[in-house]
Design a protein around this ligand. Sequence first.
Ligand code: PMV
Length: 338
Amino acid sequence: MTVCEAPGKVYLFGEHAVVYGEPAVPAAIERRARVTAEPREDDHVRVTAEDLSLDGFTVEYAGGTGDRPDIDAPAPLVEAAMGYVDAAVRQARSAADAPDAGFDITVESEIPLGAGLGSSAAVVVAGIDAATRALGEPLDREELADRAYRAEFEVQEGQASRADTFCSTMGGAVRVEGDDCEAIDAPNLPFVIGFDGGAGDTGALVAGVRELREEYRFAADTVRAIGDIVRDGEELLAEAVPEADPSRELLEELGDLMDFNHGLLAALGVSARSLDAMVWAARDAGAHGAKLTGAGGGGCIVALDSDAETPTALSYTQGCEEAFRAELATEGVRVVEP
Ligand code: PMV
């Protein structure tokens, strides 16, 4: 039995603009998805999901996930969860040259599903890592990140960027620009997450920004302006001491850029009342800055604050279902003892 766990992520800067070739800087957070893989004698795949923001369920299938199992959990979530595990298994089989390998897979996740924290990427990364290791064919990190990207790309029908899967594989902060991905140094940023309990429709939100950008010059300018914010943010991070506690001045400067980034995302129409309410609650509580993270429309915001005020204020904010602190996950996917 092999157990691997991979972190979720927040976007410090740059979501949506990254789709048009601007850089983005996601950062891994200490909330993980854990996948256990045990090879089977036959070619079946049995998936048990213990906690994917949905009630636990177990399904077993052979030859694909075309038929939705008759279980008591919301259909889109089951399909999403099964789709990602199935894609991870296909990648693992191909990487290990074992087309008929069967597995018992268990997924446990602390990352809210579809809320901008990279839950699916974490499941895919940990899944491919666990399944290939279970077959005695561990992958190096570059290949793991690439195969995880391909798995997400397939499930999301071409809508995936490399950001989530690369960040979840490598840990820490990363820089993504088109197909170029690299790990970058970052201080130990004090992230606070607010979650509204919902999820945005990434495909529809990306399509909305695309239409806006085609119709209005301001939207194309806004995308470029987000790119400028990312470049400014990268310069700040490059000057900081890696993995040390950041200075107050740095937090304030990064926070300002996060605030600007949120405003520009709102101008592109991807914020939501609940996200704006959480962003303002965090700022009022003294956070250095706050923005939505991920596709938007609902889901999560990320704020920077080392004090207790922001999580407390968020937990009293209408529309905020959960508020928690999340450290930068300096380690990406890792093997854990079962
Ligand atoms: O919601 P998430 O974490 O999947 O992020 C989506 C980020 C976008 O830039 C909107 C799309 C993408 O694939 O980069």
